[in-house]
Ligand binder design. Structure first.
Ligand code: SF4
Ligand code: SF4
Length: 341
């Protein structure tokens, strides 16, 4: 295990800027957002909890030009790859779902695949939990175990450093002077922080009586015709925030618009809560009622995905709870699904 001081970590990021556009999480009021790195200023928070926006935004862009003038050639920009610092375990777990969708079949999405290959992830342990965190219920620990290049465990005087890929190992090996042996005490301190955060998430789960994912098997199918959906959808304003903020939601829409020289095709995020999501030419809609679309969201995450990919398409990040203006709480719905006979 290696250790890096705050000062040397700043040097590392400065060095990585030659090859990457570096993004760091910053605190603004009660939330954290990614912004381009401009030194380790006081608002940079590596540790704490997940950022407000999901990591998918760096890999599956909210709006991406995918074709020009009906040419089959893939349109790639000249941008340098991205280095994301401070990514959390719940977002890294979402890669399993996005990988299944975008590169798990005959055709790999060229934009997503390229970003996954070229981008660098320097993740970080959570150092506390907020009341919407329930990752452990979905078998996600509040510290990264996989899908990172380098992981940081924040300590008072720097970070404990683990590498998780050849790319990460090469970066650490190539800048050996910045790193030192972590020593036993720092590893004990890290383990103590991890225990503390696990305890906080467990407390959230117990207090809110959130079911563990093992209890969710078959719960959506059993409640397919239940009143739960119409009841929960009563306050929904159909904004789609729960979809766009979710690190695992991945549906998209293609549209064409006139560019300067050609017709251009764009891919944008779509949201299954929106009425037009499944509407087809001629106007027919398989899910005309809002409660059907709410049910579809849960069906996809907790019934379809376990069947086709062997995993739940939820990481317990709690973003949809914070984002929903109607206070529709995924934890309450999961509880109702499990408890309803
Ligand atoms: S459904 Fe909600 S809690 Fe689950 S991953 Fe998506 S935003 Fe996070
Ligand atoms: S965020 Fe809430 S109000 Fe908006 S579409 Fe989702 S469930 Fe409905």
């Amino acid at each position: 295990m290696r250790y890096i001081s705050h000062e040397d970590f700043g040097r590392l990021l400065h060095d990585l800027e030659r090859d990457y556009q570096v993004y760091v999480p910053c605190r603004k009021n009660i939330h954290r957002y990614y912004r381009p790195y401009a030194g380790l200023t006081d608002d940079v928070v590596i540790g704490e909890v997940r950022a407000f926006e999901p990591l998918k935004a760096f890999f599956f862009r909210a709006r991406q030009k995918v074709a020009e003038g009906f040419s089959p050639d893939v349109v790639h920009g000249e941008d340098r790859p991205v280095c994301i610092v401070g990514a959390k375990a719940c977002d890294l777990k979402a890669f399993a779902i996005l990988d299944h969708v975008f590169r798990g079949h005959d055709y790999a999405d060229p934009y997503y695949a390229r970003a996954r290959e070229a981008n660098l992830i320097i993740s970080a342990d959570c150092t506390y939990a907020i009341d919407t965190c329930f990752c452990l219920a979905l078998n996600v620990d509040p510290y990264p175990r996989e899908a990172f290049d380098i992981n940081l465990s924040p300590l008072d005087d720097g970070f404990l450093v683990e590498t998780g890929s050849q790319k990460g190992t090469a970066i650490v090996a190539g800048r050996a002077a910045l790193f030192a042996d972590a020593g036993e005490q720092r590893t004990r301190d890290r383990n103590e922080t991890r225990r503390h955060v696990i305890h906080a998430v467990q407390k959230n789960i117990e207090q809110n009586r959130i079911p563990h994912q093992d209890a969710l098997e078959g719960a959506v199918a059993r409640n397919y015709e239940a009143e739960i959906w119409a009841d929960e959808a009563q306050t929904c304003v159909e904004c789609g925030a729960c979809n766009t903020i979710c690190p695992t939601c991945h549906c998209f829409l293609l549209y064409d618009q006139k560019g300067k020289a050609h017709i251009e095709r764009f891919r944008i995020w779509d949201a299954c809560l929106l009425k037009d999501f499944a509407r087809v030419a001629g106007g027919a809609n398989p899910r005309p009622k809002l409660w059907m679309r709410l049910r579809n969201r849960f069906e996809k995450k907790f019934d379809f995905f376990p069947k086709v990919a062997g995993m739940y398409a939820c990481t317990g990040c709690g973003r949809c709870i914070s984002a929903c203006p109607a206070k529709i709480d995924i934890r309450r719905i999961l509880k109702r699904l499990v408890n309803h006979a």
